[in-house]
Design a protein around this ligand. Structure first.
Ligand code: ADP
Ligand code: MG
Length: 361
């Protein structure tokens, strides 16, 4: 069983700590995505699992073996990078079989592994082509095929789709998910793109400044962000955050108006907070989901719209802060038009303004 366990894993470059005592337990067959802004330590963490970086402290286990001192080739992992260098003078077949060839595996075994990988990735008709005769997506599939011929315990992906255009990226995302369904191998996948993380992951690990901030299923981290950072990092558009002060059972916003404290949130009188509202939960009357028992209403003047087809994004100002709202079953809206919006309070959040921590109970 190829679980991956990180125990108090630290990475230091000289005196600079870039990964702080990270703890993570990845189950056999699980698809885990490390996501966070550039420089937060995702690649370093992945490279420590791969054995491409020394570990400054703690322990990495793969399939119940401590691998801290094992070189990459002895860890039974395969890594796919953003810059997947294929050998240009070799055919797809030779590229796929190369690592087994180097490992001096018998030819029938190599042929069988290559045929299997080619079948899984729909590369069979392309086996005799050279990389120069392939599209970007096909080349990326060959790079993945090279990783799977070795039947690793764990696949490690570092931003494998970053070099592809938006359309191809979406297609390859589906292929990677399908590949995981077929082979069931444990995957640790790094990306800075929260959409990629949400769509691929069984569990998402959100990192910031070398720390793990939150671990959970995509729905967990979307619905129950532990702090304002996760709330704005996960989900598009980012959650609206309105500064205010708690007064009784309401929050007084910058313009003096009051919004009730959402159910399931607890704050002290006088506490400085951020009131979090996703665009999905602030919608114009008549263009919203059915109302919940906990609704508040505000009136805003529209400053800009983005029609997206099935919905329109509306930019407006609420208590001095620019917010984004959504309109379902949209009708045309003119800038400057004033609309009444309903806010689904039971889907709103409060965060402590100083620490950013969620005030959910
Ligand atoms: P991410 O993949 O999340 O963008 P990295 O893991 O590549 O981030 O980097 C984490 C931090 O470690 C960054 O601040 C980066 O500048 C620093 N870093 C990475 N490699 C080195 C190195 N060889 N020497 C010093 N600092 C490094
Ligand atoms: Mg990186």
């Amino acid at each position: 069983m190829a679980q991956v366990v990180l125990k108090d894993v630290v990475k230091k470059y000289g005196e600079l700590r870039v990964v702080h005592a990270v703890n993570l337990h990845i189950a056999h067959g699980e698809f885990v995505v490390l996501v966070g802004p550039s420089g937060c330590g995702k690649s370093t963490t992945l490279r420590m699992i791969a054995g491409l970086e020394d570990i400054s402290g703690g322990e990495v286990r793969i399939a119940d073996r401590v691998v801290n001192d094992l070189p990459p080739r002895d860890r039974n992992i395969s890594m796919v990078f953003q810059n997947y260098a294929l050998y240009p003078h070799m055919t797809v077949r030779e590229n796929l079989g190369f690592s087994l060839h180097i490992a001096k595996r018998p030819k029938p075994e190599i042929d069988a592994a290559v045929a299997e990988a080619a079948e899984i990735l729909s590369l069979t008709p392309l086996l005799d082509r050279k990389p120069g005769q392939l599209s970007g997506g096909q080349r990326q599939r060959v790079a993945m095929g090279r990783a799977i011929v070795r039947h690793p315990d764990v696949f490690l992906f570092d931003e494998p789709l970053s070099n592809l255009d938006a359309k191809l990226r979406t297609q390859m995302r589906v292929e990677i998910k399908r590949l995981h369904q077929k082979v069931g191998t444990t995957v640790v996948y790094v990306t800075h793109d929260q959409v990629e993380a949400m769509t691929l992951a069984d569990r998402i690990v959100i990192m910031r400044d070398g720390h793990i901030v939150q671990v959970g299923t995509p729905l967990d981290v979307f619905e129950r962000p532990v702090d304002a950072f996760v709330a704005t990092f996960i989900g598009s558009p980012p959650m609206n955050l309105l500064p205010g002060t708690v007064q009784g059972d309401a929050v007084r916003l910058g313009d003096g108006s009051l919004l009730p404290i959402p159910p399931n949130q607890r704050a002290q009188d006088g506490q400085q907070v951020l009131y979090g509202i996703r665009a999905d939960n602030i919608m114009p009357d008549g263009h919203a989901l059915p109302p919940t028992p906990h609704m508040a209403h505000v009136t805003m003047s529209v400053s800009l719209t983005e029609p997206l087809g099935t919905e329109t994004l509306i930019f407006a100002t609420l208590a001095g802060t620019e917010v984004q709202a959504k309109m379902l079953n949209p009708r045309p809206v003119t800038n400057g038009e004033t609309l009444r919006f309903g806010i689904a309070l039971d889907r709103c959040h409060l965060f402590d303004a100083a620490s950013g921590k969620s005030l959910r109970v």
